[in-house]
Design a protein around this ligand. Structure first.
Ligand code: NOJ
Length: 547
């Protein structure tokens, strides 16, 4: 990788590795660094530019590792620092960059600072690094305010000495106090620690919640439940100053290190504020992920993301699935509007047609990969994996299940260990060892196993591989601009022009329920599914055309 690659992130395809479920190298039923190193060639053949690895730090895994006990070490369950360094080297040798996950809103309650805060007691400097308050009511037995945890229930937990601490997520994830200089300095040290080890960037967890309104006022529903800067903890303007200092740290490296924000900020103009030239480089456009499978909805969300990001000089960042949402073939297997419900629990009760879902998922992928900007692929989507919708409840691990009072299954269905070989125990997840995978795999995974997909010329894996190769080779793809074409109702058609002004590429996505004709003189390069006998594009199918 050479210096002129400094802008690699502007049109990269980044593959998300949920390490616990990617590949198990030591045969204990849990994914690890050894397993990932053993499968790097799969990622090289697939043709991705980078990987983003979910948190791999020491953690009690109360929230799948987003409860970090030590930001500058590796969870022994996944390996050690030497293995991490070897992985970085081996990925770089294959031209694959490595992005880690940083979790700045909260620590694990196992973090040394939090233990010290509990031991030190009310009023101590140790408690200042978190958000401790006295309770309300005569005896302080009421939480300090009415905030609700993202996983359900109060966002406050009382400790034995009577004080309460804030946790916007699980009770084991105390929020840190970003007004405290030691908190800032410590996260900056973590950035440098990994950048010094050759990491190319960070995905920033809950980038929009770190700063809280002084006084921690109650949330008045309907008054401050919107994200316009007035909410007591969502998208407050104070976060931007933090990211300016992070950007300066990343820019001091050669090549500069990069960031992608996980910020569920629905207003694209406010989201783009995170991407001003001296802040973060990229942020997921989740409005694309949550759009309904309807031409108007897709188009308006694409337009809004591109327009607002272009205004600040940033590329859009597209994603269809990740470890927090129902896998897109299963979302799209429901009625079109169900695309809007992104959790399994939102769509579970709706009738589902898995074949239709997979057809739409293939089309959605060609749509995403033809858009200008950067794109994220979640592990297993290249195999067309569906959501595991019926994991026995006694195997559920996501804190959502407990904190919702056993009403919401949560996110485990998209986190099931990957199938690598149809005929092996656990579909080859543990390299032939018969260890039980940490989450059970549904039988249907056999059909999606890597070896089955590799042998099938019509597989989802072949589609991803072909699409990524074309995207890399075609000068109109990657960065650049998009121009809509007139097209039949219920369809999307656009021309692409690359960064160097090259054109000659058109995408047509048929989101309607009837076949449509190909544009005249179009030469088909790739289709998400077979055309009709009359060479029309069937419903729920996308084509890439040389134009
Ligand atoms: C977003 C992460 O993607 C999710 O998995 C986690 O539960 C929350 N942030 C809290 O860290």
């Amino acid at each position: 990788m050479t210096a002129h690659d400094a802008d690699w992130w502007r049109d990269a395809v980044v593959y998300q590795v949920y390490i616990r479920s990617f590949a198990d190298g030591n045969g204990d039923g849990t994914g690890d660094i050894a397993g990932l190193r053993g499968r790097l060639d799969h990622l090289a053949r697939l043709g991705v530019d980078a990987i983003w690895i979910n948190p791999w730090y020491p953690s009690p895994l109360a929230d799948g590792g987003y409860d970090v006990a030590d930001y500058r070490a590796i969870n022994p369950m996944f390996g050690d620092t030497a293995q991490a360094e070897a992985l970085i080297t081996e990925a770089h040798e294959r031209g694959i960059r490595v992005v880690l996950d940083i979790v700045p809103n909260h620590h694990s309650d196992d973090h040394a600072w939090f233990r010290a805060a509990l031991a030190a007691g009310p009023g101590s400097p140790e408690r200042e690094r978190y958000v401790f308050r006295d309770g309300r009511g005569a005896d302080g037995s009421e939480p300090p305010n009415n905030w609700i945890s993202m996983f359900g229930g109060s966002a406050w937990e009382r400790v034995p000495d009577g004080q309460w601490y804030l946790h916007l997520f699980d009770v084991r994830q105390p929020d840190v106090n970003w007004e405290h200089p030691e908190v800032r300095a410590d996260f900056e040290e973590t950035l440098r620690f990994w950048f010094d080890r050759g990491i190319d960037g960070f995905r920033v967890d809950v980038a929009n919640s770190m700063v809280k309104q002084p006084g921690l006022p109650d949330i008045e529903p309907g008054v401050n439940d919107v994200q316009d800067g007035t909410h007591p903890y969502l998208d407050r303007d104070g976060v931007h100053e933090i990211f300016r200092s992070w950007r300066a740290i990343g820019d001091a490296y050669d090549p500069p290190r990069v960031f992608v924000a996980e910020a569920w900020v629905p207003d694209p103009e406010r989201l783009a504020r995170y991407l001003r030239p001296d802040e973060l480089q990229t942020a997921f456009s989740f409005n694309f992920l949550t759009a309904a499978w309807l031409a108007d909805d897709l188009r308006s969300n694409i337009d809004d993301a591109i327009a607002e990001n272009t205004a600040v000089g940033a590329p859009a960042t597209w994603v269809l699935s990740n470890h927090d949402v129902c896998r897109h073939p299963s979302r799209l297997s429901r009625k079109p509007e169900a695309g809007r419900g992104w959790n399994l629990d939102d769509v579970l009760d709706l009738p589902s047609d898995p074949e239709l879902g997979l057809r739409r998922a293939r089309a959605a992928t060609l749509l995403m990969l033809a858009l200008p900007g950067t794109a994220y692929v979640y592990q297993g989507e290249e195999f067309g994996l569906p959501e595991a919708e019926d994991i026995p409840v006694d195997r559920l691990d996501d804190p959502t299940w407990t904190l919702s009072g056993h009403t919401l299954r949560g996110r485990d269905g998209c986190r099931v260990p990957l199938p690598w070989a149809a005929g092996e125990p656990a579909f080859g997840f543990s390299g032939g060892a018969d260890a039980e995978p940490w989450l059970p795999q549904p039988e249907v995974f056999a059909r999606h196993a890597a070896d089955v997909q590799e042998a099938d010329p019509d597989s989802v894996l072949r589609l991803y591989t072909d699409a990524l190769a074309l995207r890399r080779a075609h000068p109109a793809l990657g960065g650049g601009t998009l121009t809509w074409r007139d097209s039949p109702e219920g369809t999307l058609a656009f021309d692409r022009t690359g960064d160097d002004g090259e054109s000659g590429f058109t995408a047509l996505v048929n989101v309607s329920s009837a076949p449509v004709s190909l544009p005249e003189d179009a030469e088909v390069m790739l289709t998400s599914g077979p055309l009709t006998p009359r060479d029309e594009v069937p419903a729920d199918t996308a084509v890439w055309l040389r134009s």
